[in-house]
Ligand binder design. Structure first.
Ligand code: 13P
Length: 252
């Protein structure tokens, strides 16, 4: 049995204003002593307010991106120490939407993850193949390259979470088969253990992301080396995210 504490993470993407803080406080009320870790990553404009609203609760907050540098002339960007200052414990880096919209390379993602680790944030590094890559039989090659290039040296279970998010499953309602998810998660685990050793590599939590809903969560959470989920759309409402959290607790 794994000693990894499971993690239910919500990525709100570019959604949410002050009124939506009620979703976070509702979740905190429903899950006062959860049997898994819970994380919400709101847009940067809400991070500080959400962190304050969740103070004393079991729910952590995180950013959705950070710059590789600590400060400087980078208009519109946000640094890891700024996220810490706003109450974050985690930051998502290398989400496929940022890789696509902002041309982020593996090296850029790695530099962001290094910044997160320097400042005591846990980096949630995202990986995922496109449909064309999967159909060409290149999934494991693509994931292996992204993993090697995006994850910094010295990572361990406290500083790193890896999220496998097939690009074609994000926001589409399409989900890989449980066998496909298991194949990729087992592969990522093996690569992490090779690189960081059995203890550190074995302690990194691996999340699945892409169209996770209350109706499919329990099946996904039963797959080997799935330690939780990174949830987009279904994390925006307490009625949707709460049963996903409960499914993860039950998978214990
Ligand atoms: P959906 O859950 O909306 O498919 O989004 C997944 C995702 O990209 C989480 O980071």
């Amino acid at each position: 049995m794994s000693t990894r504490r499971r993690l239910a993470a919500g990525n709100w993407k570019m959604n949410g204003t002050g009124a939506d803080l009620a979703v976070a406080t509702a979740l905190a009320g429903r899950h006062p002593a959860p049997g898994c870790d819970i994380l919400l990553c709101p847009p940067a404009t809400l991070l500080s307010r959400m962190s304050q609203a969740l103070e004393g609760s079991a729910i952590a907050t995180g950013g959705q991106d950070c710059h590789a540098a600590d400060s400087g002339a980078h208009t519109g960007d946000i640094s890891a120490p700024m996220l810490r200052d706003a109450g974050a414990a985690y930051v998502i880096v290398g989400h496929s939407e940022r890789r696509a919209d902002h041309g982020e390379s593996d090296a850029a993602v790695r530099a962001k993850a290094e910044a997160a680790m320097r400042h005591g944030l846990c980096a949630v590094v995202c990986l995922g193949e496109t449909l064309a890559q999967r159909e060409a039989g290149r999934t494991l090659e693509v994931i292996g390259t992204q993993l090697a290039g995006s994850v910094p040296d010295g990572a361990d279970g406290d500083s790193l979470v890896v999220a496998y998010e097939p690009v074609w499953a994000i926001g589409t309602g399409k989900v890989p088969t449980l066998e496909q998810i298991g194949e990729v998660h087992d592969f990522i685990r093996a690569r992490l253990e090779e690189r960081f050793g059995a203890a550190a590599g074995g302690a990194v939590r691996l999340l699945y992301g892409g169209s996770v809903k209350p109706g499919n969560a329990a099946g996904i959470f039963a797959v080997s080396n799935v330690d939780g989920a990174l949830v987009g759309g279904a994390s925006l409402k307490a009625e949707d995210f709460s049963p996903i959290i409960e499914a993860l607790e039950a998978a214990g």
